[in-house]
Design a protein around this ligand. Sequence first.
Ligand code: GDP
Length: 322
Amino acid sequence: MRLQFPSGVAGAGSRTRRPDAGPIAQPRGFLEKKMAIPRLRHAVRTLFEVPAALRRLSRACSTFHAFTDVLRLPKRQMTKLVFPLQELERQLTPDSRLDLHVKIFDPSLEDISKAEAVFTATSRNRISYLSSAVRLDHAPDLPSPEVCFIGRSNVGKSSLIKALFSLVPEVEVRVSKKPGHTKKMNFFKVGKYFTLVDMPGYGYRAPEDFVDMVETYLKERRNLMRTFLLVDSVVGIQKTDSIAIEMCEEFALPYVMVLTKIDKSSKGHLLKQVLQIQKFVDRETQGCFPQLFPVSSVTYSGIHLLRCFIANITGNLKTDGL
Ligand code: GDP
């Protein structure tokens, strides 16, 4: 059963800006010239105004990181943000609605709220970058369940991991994109709950030792609970994605397809891509979770649901409903 949260908790006046709305323009300059404020006074004022503007900007950017902010949205907007697949399904004719499997993982808002605690740092739940490794035998030996994120370079993997950890902004998601830099597996510890592993991005320039590293990890990591395979929703499944899919299938891994950057396409294009990927998952895969997870690291669409899914599959969501 879905929890009923009070609607309209925040009035229209308290509604916050979209995170991608950009900096708030300051109507300065013109007036100051007119009024001929002395330079020193102007400099002192600016000194005080900059932190205020930054605070406003950071408040705007923090919108939707926390689920309590999401619950204040009007219902339609909230559904779009929390369940983007359901929003896409609404555009289908009733007889083709079954094409998208929106209800396989269908937590209540209460479950999503509970899952957020797993991603929130407290004195008892320390969330931090742990270590990096270039070989599996250098990886930390941890008893907690593990999930890993794989995807082509530029698919939006670092942005997604940053979005998942946005409640703990001090967690540094390291990006080593410079050609020639060693690509590593980065381990993040989420308290006693689980470990998240950011695997190096693959692509046509990926060195062989990288393939070895990913392959060995996927094949041999005993506590690996689920692999999250990222696909760019704008371009769909590419050749290198197919290689990763084949690898997951060959090793009989349970994996999940996450569709990134959903804010970038028109509704029509996104729906076309999602249906095409869904058809591929239904017909060509065995180990892939049938429900797709569309996300945007810019608007936070789908991020809360993904957090809830991770909490659930790592055994950290105590609920009867799922
Ligand atoms: P990685 O190489 O897979 O780690 O990819 P990044 O996270 O660095 O993202 C690659 C590019 O895509 C960057 O320019 C990001 O700003 C952009 N990007 C990532 N996620 C999103 C998203 O959800 N929406 C949009 N519009 N851009 C994104």
